[in-house]
Design a protein around this ligand. Sequence first.
Ligand code: GLA
Length: 392
Amino acid sequence: MSNLAELKEAFIKNYGDGEGIRFFASPGRVNLIGEHTDYNGGYVFPAAISACSTVAVRKRNDNIVRIKATDLDEIATIDINHIKDYKNLKYGNYQAGVIDEMLKDGYIMTGADMLYEDGVPHGGGLSSSAAIEVVTACVFNTFSKESGGKSGTPVDLALIGQKAENNYVGVNCGIMDQFASANGKKDMAMFLKCDDLSYELVPIKLGDCKLVLSNTNKKHKLGESKYNERRSECEKGFADLKKVMPDKNCLGEITPDEFEKNKAAIKDPVVLKRITHVIYEDDRVLKSVKALKSGDIASFGQYMNQSHASLKDLYEVTGYELDTLAETAQKVSGVIGSRMTGGGFGGCTVSIVKEDSIDNFIKVVGEIYKKEIGYDASFYIFDIGDGGREIK
Ligand code: GLA
């Protein structure tokens, strides 16, 4: 389904005709660089992609929220007054989490009929879940405002989405994905400092190159427990450093120099590897932003390659599929840089590729991937788009 007229038709088929059908959309994201730094108060550099979770919605005059996706048969029915009863929905968990967090935050919540079209590839590491959370928050935020109730900023909505993911879905994620989905701007990347959420929009000017996403088509569900494990390893490492650097509040405040002088405080060699990644990844974000601003795409590409190597060897969140995609890409002519994007363990890589080399890139990387892994990778070229919004 690709247009709003079709989505409206499907909505009417499920929920009946009538006035007041509206549309909202919120995008997935690609992170250019800065992986596993967000929950350490560090730097990230994501951008919103043009693929969105789009919802057709009509307000109801009661407390019932009905949720359906265009590619699923079932309808989840939620009574807002008993929101705690819906923690383990097969479908609708992200939305229920958002409703719960918004109730706790004091928004005026009303019933609604909702039909979602999820345009962000599922399990592809492009934050399809953040897109659903943020678009849901956009809908109910707009309804709350129109009822004379509380109204939040895009940053507030991102934080609601993150809390839903932490408390409902059980992934202890950072703020990057929901932030990018709520705050994205066309053709811009967001240079975000995750400890205070201050950010700067940086134009993505790649000259004669484009961003190409390559999907391993390996679902990264298994990564959730590993993700939480990495997070606690970082907490352990920071606690060790804090003993010798009591003024520091998070890893994001520690420069590579300071780290080198104090790293002996970390005794566990595995934890030391994790922290080494985080410290130098933050540094690579700072350098990448500078490089992009000055049009030095070649250096940016080098930082991307270094980031992938660090995520492979030190943070250990890549796996054979992601390594095959990124490392093959790095050797193809016309490729400026390539790395995994998102949480890892599956999902996508992002590569900067010269436009006239893209066809060859897809052919070569696709063939080698199929030969090594046994099934196909997918390739996408998305535009960089806007964040969560109502479509009028
Ligand atoms: C996932 C999480 C983000 C971030 C990345 C890794 O996408 O949702 O918060 O931690 O992994 O950078």
